[in-house]
Design a protein around this ligand. Structure first.
Ligand code: CMC
Length: 433
């Protein structure tokens, strides 16, 4: 970020305030309003932060009009094609692609931490046996703070690093345990000889009474899904992690807060909601009915997996995901999958409809991911946990960046108060309604 020679002038109530501007390396310029309240006694009003940059960041860049997504400058399409999830983790965490030696070292560090403390198994028993795995994930990740006391001191760089590696390593284990618990099967310990995605598939689908061979095709497809979800700049859950972290909360508590935020259907919960919607549509002839509902202002229904706050063009992740859906289903011998057919037709009809064209609503990452995950054998309840374990590295990278940012302050938005002004307490006997 560079101070810009440009400045903006705000004029109101006969006053004029000059506001400095800053220029990013990419994206629109920013008006710096930090001194606005002190100088002008006014706040800005921006519910949903549609025009507000809450931080500077060097991790991920999105050009919503172009439909471009870069991790540390590298286009997501190139990474999805050539890289793998742990390499992307390294890139997001440390800013550069690793050398071969650095990669081996990083993999070894992550692998060493894949098991969770044995006592943590008892936590799971406290959840109802049919708990949603996201409910379990929020609780157990938050509870990591109770187990890993040697990585709670956020002022210690080494402890921050250990916490980061622990979470990247353990989230798949905890998510798989949450799944196993929800279906009443025994927990499966990690296999450190397997790569990251294969290990997760193994922990989810192996059972003690049978051999389980991980399909390299499925592992590759899952690894790609993880890369596509690894970071997405200042989205709701990432901003939640930063806000929680801004008070000095420990990293496990912050990531648990991010997981809680991700669960909502407008965010990471959309992949589950999208597949459920495709099932509800059920057949091609019912698509117009659902398109009409999505356009009806009096109907709260929205096309799940459509629209995005930042993308006003194709979500580049959705393009990769669509190709993957075709590949995975073909390789698994699933031809003419009815849900994929409905999804493709729905996309086609929506993209030709003036309502979606005018509002620039395109398929997002969640539109096709559920179809792939279902084909792999995951129930819908596991879609958002898989998003969460993939996004963990993004949350941690952003959290680490925030902790070392000299401009970092506790997050504390202001408000436009519209309640009662000062009034006197009335004794209960005198209250008239
Ligand atoms: N179906 C129908 N209409 C929509 C949709 C949709 N999916 N999304 C937005 N609109 C309409 C909305 O009704 C509004 O219309 P109007 O201007 O007439 O009031 C207009 O488009 C702008 O919508 P908005 O809600 O103001 O936009 P936003 O930037 O606040 O919301 C969003 C973005 C992703 C929450 C929203 O598009 C949505 O709810 N999509 C469905 C849920 C979804 O797929 N979420 C996953 C997002 S990508 C992955 C992730 O971040 O987790």
């Amino acid at each position: 970020m560079a101070e810009s020679t440009k400045s903006a002038t705000l004029t109101f109530d006969g006053k004029s305030i000059d506001l400095p501007m800053m220029s990013p390396t990419a994206g629109p310029d920013v008006i710096d309003i930090r001194k606005l309240y002190a100088q002008g006694n006014v706040f800005t009003y921006d519910p949903g932060f549609t025009s507000t940059a809450a931080t500077d960041s060097a991790i991920t860049f999105i050009d919503g009009d172009k439909g471009e997504l870069l991790y540390r400058g590298y286009p997501i399409e190139q990474l999805a094609d050539k890289s793998h999830f742990l390499e992307v983790c390294y890139l997001l965490l440390y800013g550069e692609l690793p050398t071969a030696v650095e990669m081996v070292d990083f993999e070894a560090r992550v692998t060493k931490h894949t098991m969770v403390h044995e006592q943590m198994h008892y936590f799971f028993r406290g959840f109802r046996r049919d708990s949603h795995p996201m409910a379990t994930l929020v609780g157990v990740v938050g509870a990591m703070s109770a187990f890993y006391h040697d990585s709670l001191d956020i002022s210690d760089q080494w402890q921050r690093e250990v916490a980061a590696i622990r979470m990247i390593a353990k989230l798949p284990t905890i998510a798989a345990m949450a799944y196993k618990y929800s279906v009443g099967q025994p927990f499966v310990y990690p296999r450190n000889g397997l790569d990251y995605a294969s290990n997760f598939l193994h922990m989810c689908f192996a059972v003690p009474c049978e051999d389980y061979q991980v399909s390299p095709t499925l592992a590759k497809a899952l690894d790609r899904i993880m890369m596509l979800h690894a970071d997405h700049e200042q989205n709701a859950s990432t901003s939640t992690v930063r806000l929680a972290g801004s008070s000095g909360a420990n990293p496990f508590a912050c990531i648990a807060a991010g997981i809680a935020c991700l669960w909502g259907p407008a965010h990471g919960g959309a992949n589950q909601a999208c597949l459920e919607m495709l099932r509800e549509i059920g057949s091609l002839d019912r698509i117009p009915e659902f398109i009409a509902r999505a356009k009806d202002k009096n109907d709260p229904f929205r096309l799940m997996g459509f629209g995005h706050r930042v993308y006003r063009n194709f979500d580049p992740r959705a393009k990769v995901m669509k190709e993957s859906a075709d590949e995975v289903l073909d390789l698994m011998g699933i031809h003419n999958n009815p849900l994929l057919q409905i999804a493709k037709e729905l996309e086609k009809i929506a993209l030709e409809d003036p309502y979606f064209i005018e509002k620039k609503l395109y398929p997002n990452v969640d539109f096709y991911s559920g179809i792939i995950l279902e084909a792999m054998g995951f129930p819908t309840s596991m879609f958002t946990p898989i998003f969460a374990l993939s996004r963990t590295v993004g949350w941690i990278s952003q959290w680490k960046e925030m902790i070392t940012d000299p401009n970092q302050k506790i997050g504390r938005p202001r408000q436009l108060y519209i309640g009662k002004t000062t009034r006197n307490y009335v004794d209960v006997a005198d209250r008239v309604k």
